[in-house]
Design a protein around this ligand. Structure first.
Ligand code: AMP
Ligand code: MG
Length: 357
């Protein structure tokens, strides 16, 4: 049984972001679960009735969306697509169709570093167990990796009129790197439709901020220290932001160790190996992206993990995004205008010195 393996670690449900500086009138609740993660909502306004109705609608939306978009639920639309034969038309609801479309866009904009067709490889590496337990007894062979890699190709999917068709049986999708961000964009739209002017939504490494705090200041968001075991600090640093979203990806939440090597849940779509193993050499242990659009922040933070600092910077700049890139040598790089504060255990690296520009 997989659960008895020493290399296995239970999926941590802890969020990768922490809030600082709460205001007196914030409202909290138990939170709604979506794709194994808890959505934490904080409202900073005074309209309790609007907040209650908004919460209800968000809960309904997340429950419904999960039923359709989860790769773990047998009857979801995503599972139907994954089980479909080549040439079979799989009719999709509007939101799941949108996930396919957005993912194709991000696949193209990240030069393939974001790739929603890695389901087979994620499963091969032991990261697709629905019970949240992961790890593998034996590393896969290079031949197994290469075989699955040939189907990790979004161009083998055709989208039209609300349906998706694959050109090979083995093409399988997983929206784990973008669905939470997309869901937060929808939560934000719902909240705005209830007239909410100030709120924070936090879901497993993705934060969406509406407006400013009630005192007019920006929100302060704490970013998890990717090496907290070594530094003894939970927080890498804080970021101040308002009316935008931020996403963090890293190698420190879902991973297993084998032979002293860390195999994490983010797969390099160019090699088929978890980032920073095999021939994958990004050197990045955490990537943080700020964008008005939470789906975009989510997708790009995953893509930057794959890309390495220099290419990651280029991807962010090309798409008008800001971010922070933390590397294994405990350095961090800042792209664009980020209000960062309180960094302790990491050294700021300058782009020019590192990459000769
Ligand atoms: P995130 O935590 O947002 O970085 O997303 C990571 C999740 O997305 C993984 O657990 C996989 O389900 C999936 N995934 C892994 N590697 C990639 C990749 N290179 N591009 C897109 N999705 C990925
Ligand atoms: Mg992501």
């Amino acid at each position: 049984m997989l659960k008895t393996l020493s290399s296995k670690i239970a999926l941590p449900l802890c969020a990768a972001m922490f809030f600082f500086a709460f205001s007196a009138c914030q409202v909290e609740d138990e939170g709604q679960f979506f794709l194994n993660s808890r959505l934490e909502i904080k409202f900073f306004g005074a309209n309790r009735e609007a907040e209650r109705l908004c919460r209800q609608e968000i809960t309904r939306f997340l429950e419904e969306f999960e039923q359709k978009a989860s790769a773990h639920l047998e009857d979801s639309e995503v599972s139907k697509f994954n089980k479909a034969k080549a040439g079979e038309r799989v009719q999709l609801s509007e939101r799941v169709y949108k996930l396919f479309e957005l993912s194709m866009e991000y696949y193209q904009k990240t030069g393939g570093a974001f790739n929603h067709c890695l389901y087979g490889l994620s499963k091969l590496w032991g990261f697709m167990e629905s019970d949240g337990i992961y790890g593998i007894e034996e590393l896969p062979s290079q031949q197994q990796v290469e075989q699955l890699l040939s189907y990790a190709d979004p161009s083998l999917i055709e989208l039209s009129d609300g349906a998706a068709v694959k050109f090979h049986d083995a093409v399988k999708v997983d929206f784990g790197a973008v669905a939470k961000g997309y869901a937060l964009d929808v939560c934000g739209q719902i909240a705005r439709s209830y007239g909410i002017k100030s709120a924070l939504f936090n879901m497993a490494g993705n934060v969406y901020a509406i407006g400013y705090k009630d005192d007019g200041a920006k929100f302060s968001i704490g970013i998890t220290d990717p090496r907290m075991i070594e530094t003894g600090e939970e927080i890498f640093a804080g970021v101040r932001l308002a009316d935008t979203s931020i996403s963090v990806s890293g190698d420190y939440e879902r991973y297993f160790l084998k032979g002293g090597i860390r195999y994490c849940h983010i797969i390099d779509p160019f090699t088929g190996w978890p980032v920073n193993t095999g021939n994958s050499v990004s050197g990045i242990i955490s990537a943080i992206v700020i964008s008005q659009n939470a789906a975009q922040a989510d997708a790009f933070s995953t893509a930057v993990m794959v890309s390495g600092p220099e290419e990651g910077k280029r991807l962010l700049e090309q798409n008008g995004l800001c971010g922070i890139i933390i590397t294994a040598d405990k350095k961090y790089y800042v792209v664009g205008d980020v209000e960062l504060f309180g960094v302790k255990n990491y050294e700021r690296a300058e782009w020019e010195a590192s990459f000769g520009r």
